[in-house]
Design a protein around this ligand. Structure first.
Ligand code: YSA
Length: 346
């Protein structure tokens, strides 16, 4: 058996030496190391040999297998190298050509706008805080002066989570706005606070050109001694100028949100027609950009801030809507339909 293995070794090696094409290497591997090769047959037959012979033949056959595998690997490497050398000689492979540039991704337009807005508020001394997307009903509604059965709940089409407490309540939902973070932040620290909260919000609503079911909001609020509506106006005016241009005018009008008193909506003069009236601003000359107001005293009391000592302002804006206004995007659904022709423009 030993002689047979020696013979196999010299035959295999001499054949391997003469190979110079990659395709011949594969048939060599099948012939000498494959399932039906003589060496595999010897290894399979070991079980039938007497113990002493099994040991010596087994060791020799395994050593031969390892030797042939290693020889094959070395040969593969040298064949590959000579292939490359031949290609260079024939001029098919030009190693001096620059490599292919890797395809680089880019930030999504909503992320770009989110970061841009955060940078503006960071430059005014605000701090960025994030909160949970799955929220308790208490923070999303009750703590913001919106108890169960209050008609204001209808302002936010809510996706409830299938989670029931022992007393049959279903108090968990996908947050419908970033405002619950006002409560969470104020509960955990004392004034002064000056915070912005970027994040996704979720609404049970049909999509159209200006509505998505999942979109980004940025909440902002500041609470301290002597904060007035003038601080709110000044801060948001500065924000609008930085985002939409120095020459922008702003307009504040009364609006209703249960967690502010007074509540306002803020609009900027239409940059497409400079206030003359066009299709972008529906002929009004103004474009509404966010909701805001002075934090309601009951909200302050709920987090143990004394409304006789502290006052604050808050606002909330839609991030995709800001992009739509700034870049003239006509349909919000473009943001999440993964059309690269749209995404590559940003
Ligand atoms: C109001 C007062 C405050 O003191 C603080 C915050 C707020 C905002 C309030 N939490 C809120 O969510 N108001 S909102 O329902 O009117 O939404 C705020 C902004 O989100 C809108 O102005 C709009 O820009 C955007 N938005 C609302 N629904 C949307 C949407 N964007 C895309 N798709 C939707 N379905």
């Amino acid at each position: 058996m030993k002689d047979k293995l020696d013979e196999l070794r010299s035959k295999a090696i001499s054949e391997l030496d003469s190979i110079d094409a990659p395709s011949d290497l594969d048939s060599w591997r099948v012939r000498y190391l494959g399932r039906k090769s003589a060496l595999t047959q010897v290894l399979r037959g070991l079980a039938t040999l007497p113990l002493e012979e099994k040991r010596s033949v087994g060791a020799a056959a395994n050593e031969l297998r390892a030797f042939l595998e290693k020889s094959l690997a070395l040969k593969e490497e040298s064949v590959r190298e000579s292939e490359v050398a031949r290609s260079i000689e024939r001029g098919r492979l030009d190693v001096t050509l620059p490599g292919r540039p890797p395809a680089l991704g880019r930030l999504h337009p909503a992320t770009q706008m989110l970061r841009h807005i955060c940078d503006i508020f960071l430059s005014m001394g605000f701090e960025v805080v994030e909160g949970p997307d799955v929220e308790w009903e208490y923070y999303n509604f009750d703590a913001l002066n919106i108890p169960p059965d209050h008609p204001a709940r209808d302002m936010w089409d809510t996706l409830w989570i299938d989670f029931e407490t022992e007393d049959g309540q279903r108090p968990m939902l996908l947050r419908t706005h970033t405002s619950p973070m006002q409560i969470r932040v104020m509960e955990s620290r004392l004034p002064p606070v000056r915070v912005i909260v970027p994040g996704k919000v979720y609404r049970y609503e049909a999509t159209d050109a200006t509505h998505e079911a999942i979109f980004y909001q940025i909440e902002g609020f500041a609470v301290d001694r002597n904060i007035t509506l003038a601080d709110l106006k000044g801060t948001l005016f500065e924000f609008a100028k930085q985002l939409f241009g120095e020459e922008r005018k702003v307009r504040f009008r009364c609006d209703y949100f249960p967690f502010v008193e007074p509540g306002v909506e803020m609009a900027i003069d239409c940059f497409a027609c400079n206030g003359a009236g066009c299709s972008l601003c529906s002929g009004s000359g103004w474009i509404e950009i966010l909701g805001a107001g002075m934090v309601h005293p009951d909200v302050l009391r709920r987090v143990n801030y004394d409304p006789e000592v502290y006052t604050g302002f808050a606002f909330g804006l839609g991030v995709e809507r800001m992009s739509m206004l700034k870049y003239g995007i006509e349909d919000i659904r473009l943001f999440y339909s993964n059309d690269l022709r749209f995404l590559r423009q940003f």
